[in-house]
Design a protein around this ligand. Structure first.
Ligand code: ZN
Ligand code: ZN
Length: 352
């Protein structure tokens, strides 16, 4: 066998050529002279075979990735070392230099290439939805039979913001295009159904409450023919707040806090802590408010009885000692609550 170009017959052949002739013709890589990249001018995501990817990259990084994506290596190259450089920028056109060092068929080679990357600015669908104020759900935060307090609104705002910022890494529509404060509470407009449900879950985790979803048909998606729904989520917080006193199926308790599953209470008689599930909400009655708590003094005590002054009449009142009150000393100040003409010594951890 001999080389079809120079006729040598003492060398191994590659595609019909001797090593020298083959390497003379050989390009280590190929790269188009011009590379177009569609990028979103808002979020910098780029369009790759119909999908928008890699949001938020700096422009230079987009250029380098476009170069890497458009290089194809020609066999038999092994372990090439490549250096990419943007040498010039005119508007959205980047002139780029590609240098490569490689060992090919046992010989060290160095080659250089030039190309141009053009960034074509458009707006991706998510950004165009965002800029048009698009939303799929509204969370209506309210409280039962009362207005939301300022601190509840602040807490809710913080939870909504924190949850959306966490979700936005995966859900481009996890954003809040509108927030409307109304007399009774706050309406949060949320980009996607999915993120609205997660935000509602996060609100309930910390603030409790009962939620209800009502989807409404808004029209039809022209491209898929499917119905377009918008969801209204009503989240209603309890009428009572932390520190208030409630009665549930004959048991009186102090409200310690809320969670997604129910209301945490400490029983006024036994001191036991339990959770009343939200399904039992209609069986709960408010019997005193946190503001009704008064302070008074322990005046005497025996192993079984403890005496305090009634905070309004200053009459001495005898109470049975239990495990919580057995450690109180004469002269000590204690918080008390009067419910149905009965005084209870309570614990000092209920204030907001
Ligand atoms: Zn040859
Ligand atoms: Zn975008």
């Amino acid at each position: 066998m001999f080389c079809v170009r120079c006729g040598r017959s003492d060398s191994e052949l590659f595609k019909g050529l001797c090593r020298d002739c083959f390497l003379e013709e050989y390009s280590i890589l190929s790269i188009p002279e011009r590379i177009d990249v569609n990028i979103c001018s808002h979020c910098h995501s780029k369009l790759v075979s119909g999908r928008w990817l890699d949001e938020g990259l700096p422009e230079e990084e987009i250029i380098y990735r476009a170069l890497e994506d458009n290089i194809s290596w020609e066999p038999p190259v092994e372990d090439p070392e490549i250096e990419l450089e943007i040498t010039q920028r005119r508007g959205s056109i980047y002139r780029c230099h590609v240098e490569v060092d490689a060992e090919v068929l046992g010989r060290k080679m160095h080659q250089e290439y030039w190309t141009e990357v053009r960034l074509i600015n458009t707006v991706c669908p998510s950004c165009s939805k965002q800029s048009s104020g698009y939303y799929e759900a509204v969370i209506q935060l309210r409280a039962d039979s009362r207005r939301l307090s300022k601190s509840e609104v602040e807490t809710a705002d913080r939870i909504v913001k924190r949850t959306l910022s966490r979700l936005s890494k995966r859900d481009r529509l996890a954003y809040l295009p509108r927030r409307v404060e109304v007399k009774e509470g706050v309406d949060y407009y949320i980009g996607s159904h999915r993120s609205a449900r997660k935000v509602t879950g996060a609100l309930k985790e910390e603030m409790g409450g009962i939620s209800m979803e009502s989807p409404r048909l808004m029209g039809q998606d022209k491209s898929t023919g499917r119905g377009l729904y918008r969801t209204w989520i009503s989240l209603r917080l309890a009428e009572f707040r932390k520190g208030d006193f409630i009665s549930h199926r004959g048991q009186k308790g102090a409200v310690l806090g809320f969670k997604a599953s129910g209301v945490n209470v400490r029983d006024l008689e036994t001191g036991e802590i339990r959770t009343i599930l939200w399904g039992e909400y209609d069986n709960i009655e408010v019997i005193a408010r946190a503001g009704d708590v008064k302070r008074t003094t322990v005046t005497s005590r025996s192993p079984t009885m403890i005496q305090v002054l009634h905070p309004e009449t200053f009459e001495p009142v005898d109470l049975e000692v239990d495990s919580r009150t057995s450690k109180l000393e004469i002269g000590e100040e204690v918080p008390v609550i009067e419910i149905k003409r009965r005084l209870y010594i309570i614990e000092d951890d209920l204030q907001e």
